[in-house]
Design a protein around this ligand. Structure first.
Ligand SMILES: Nc1ncnc2c1ncn2[C@@H]1O[C@H](COP(=O)(O)OP(=O)(O)OP(=O)(O)O)[C@@H](O)[C@H]1O
Ligand SMILES: [Mg+2]
Length: 234
């Protein structure tokens, strides 16, 4: 069952001679419980595509359907609802609040979405346990390793039971082992919780561990195998 489907998405920046067409007709589908790696050269539009899917940026044309949300060209009328209940974000640099504990980082985002403090704290605890940080909930970001910080941000993204996670180079700041551990966690979340994850990565080894790889090049997306994507480099 498709959770997310993107059809004919176009996006360019600037005008006249400065106009740059970045996305030239993107079609992609994310099934329930699927982990999909999105690769492609720097500047090809991966983050732009994620921002449009996340409802942060409008496309020039095309459409996106995520469960009950239909959007793309126009911000969804229920954009706030999409952000709260549709999509969780994971960034390369975690985006955690430094002086809040792991628990409060996760709970705060739930409270902002309207949950009572008590309920938010309970849910945050459950999410942190799911990512293997049950014994670190009172630690602040600077008391955690990079891999653990990224787990806090994953706990935040999955709290509130969002069906889709968008991860923009989630392992970009991590050592090889911590990056692989995050991949294992992603796969667990996909198979145990039925979450679907679209993950941008420059690492062909990590990408090869996803259920599927897509290559964004020249403004369109194609199914890819590692050789096709990276030539003789791997
Ligand atoms: N707001 C903007 N205004 C103008 N140009 C933009 C804007 N956002 C992105 N671009 C351009 O669109 C292209 C795609 O950028 P994007 O950040 O999506 O690439 P990317 O594939 O994520 O690259 P990287 O792998 O380096 O993160 C780039 O040429 C960039 O300069
Ligand atoms: Mg990017």
């Amino acid at each position: 069952m498709a959770v997310l489907s993107v059809r004919g998405l176009h996006k360019g920046f600037g005008s006249g001679a400065q106009r740059l067409e970045v996305l030239k007709g993107i079609d992609l589908t994310l099934e329930k419980g699927e982990l999909v790696a999105l690769m492609g050269p720097s500047g090809c539009g991966k983050s732009t595509l994620l921002n449009i899917i996340g409802g942060l940026l409008d496309a020039d044309s095309g459409s996106i359907k995520l469960n009950q949300f239909n959007y793309g060209v126009n911000h969804p009328s229920k954009l706030v609802d999409l952000r709260r209940n549709g999509i969780g974000w994971i960034f390369q640099d975690y985006h955690l609040i430094e002086n809040l504990s792991a628990l409060d980082n996760v709970a705060l985002s739930l409270e902002l979405s309207g949950m009572s403090s008590m309920q938010a704290e309970k849910e945050a605890r459950i999410s942190l346990e799911k990512v293997g940080l049950g014994d670190r909930i009172s630690f602040k970001p600077d008391e955690l390793s990079g891999g653990q910080r990224q787990r806090v941000s994953i706990a935040r993204a999955i709290s509130g039971s969002r069906p889709v996670l968008l991860a923009d180079e989630p392992t970009g700041n991590l050592d090889i082992q911590s990056g692989e551990d995050i991949l294992v966690l992603f796969k667990e979340l996909c198979s145990n919780s039925g979450i679907s994850i679209l993950m941008v990565t420059h690492d062909p080894i990590l990408a090869s561990k996803a259920d599927r790889m897509l290559l964004l090049r020249d403004g369109t997306v194609a199914a890819s195998d590692i050789k096709e994507a990276w030539g003789d480099e791997v």
